[in-house]
Design a protein. Structure first.
Length: 126
């Protein structure tokens, strides 16, 4: 895979940094599950730390992606896939059953699933 203009990958990296700094702090040191998932996912220390660690890894890779955008491009793809799966497997059934959807994280994930492929495609085509 060759990127014609990897500078477009900087947009997802910068957005990741802006979104994930407060989220990672909350997940690892605060009330992350309650605030991020709006009380729609039960608190579990192990799950909270695992998700927090994943998001911290994405944050660190995004910071590195500012310097080496092509090398860290797979992080963008992983985000698209896991966020799409979360929306399809968790949010859609919850919505269909009339359950309360955690609107903040759902909106952020949906925007990322729609927008990040555009930046990725533009980076490949320029």
């Amino acid at each position: 895979m060759t990127f014609g203009s990897p500078r477009w990958l900087l947009v997802p990296y910068v957005l990741n940094i802006l979104i994930l700094v407060p989220v990672c702090y909350q997940m690892l040191f605060g009330r992350g599950v309650a605030s991020v998932f709006e009380g729609q996912v039960a608190e579990s220390l192990g799950l909270r730390v695992m998700v927090g660690a994943l998001w911290c890894a994405i944050l660190i890779a995004s910071v590195a992606g500012i310097m080496w955008p092509e090398f860290f491009a797979p992080i963008v793809l992983v985000q698209i896939v896991y966020k799409f799966l979360w929306l399809v497997v968790f949010v859609v059934p919850l919505w269909h059953s009339g359950g309360r959807i955690p609107s903040g994280i759902t909106l952020v994930f949906a925007c990322i699933v729609v927008a990040y492929p555009v930046f990725f495609r533009v980076a490949l085509s320029d």
